[in-house]
Design a protein around this ligand. Sequence first.
Ligand code: ZN
Length: 216
Amino acid sequence: MDHTVPEPPSRRPTSPNGQPQGLLARLSRELVRLPGIGQKTAQRLAFHLMKVETEEALRLAEAIREVKEKVSFCTQCRNIAEGPLCEICLDPKRDTTTILVVEEPSTLHAIEQSRAFRGLYHVLYGALSPLDGIGPADIRTQDLEERVKAGDIKEVIVATNPTIEGEATAIYLTKRLKPMGVKVSRIAYGIPVGMDIEYADEVTLLKSIEGRRDLG
Ligand SMILES: [Zn+2]
């Protein structure tokens, strides 16, 4: 037999069916809006935050506030920046005659890690997709055109993803930028190092053949 005295209903964090109530439900509703967080996970996180030390939970809140207040987009390349310009645009050692175009900052980050590129970037935040109603204005290709017009840019390397949307974006950018007298190139996609060719999928094979280089 249960002798525990139940809390008054207004102070109960859960309803009889285990759903969070009141403020906890509100936190759960905010968490479920995050990508990859389902209802169950949101509830678990909300309960977890309620249980941990106040200081620990508020550290998360403070980190979110600081990101929202201090981090924005670079006015030149739209990379993530803690001021008007990002670290790359501010770096005097970068080659300012080449721009590499990516869909997302995560790709920029991966290329930076590889140290394979020392020029500047341009982040589109997406790719052209007429079927989804995403046109040039949505990915602000005009910003890139203005940069090419204004600067001493010699080459634009299009590193959009090897998808239908990424290819459409590459074709569009080539059409717009070539007449400005700038070289437009596409990065080569191909067989990963160490992989047997027979295991590559069709797109990878096609891209690796298209992106072939002269030998000798
Ligand atoms: Zn920048």
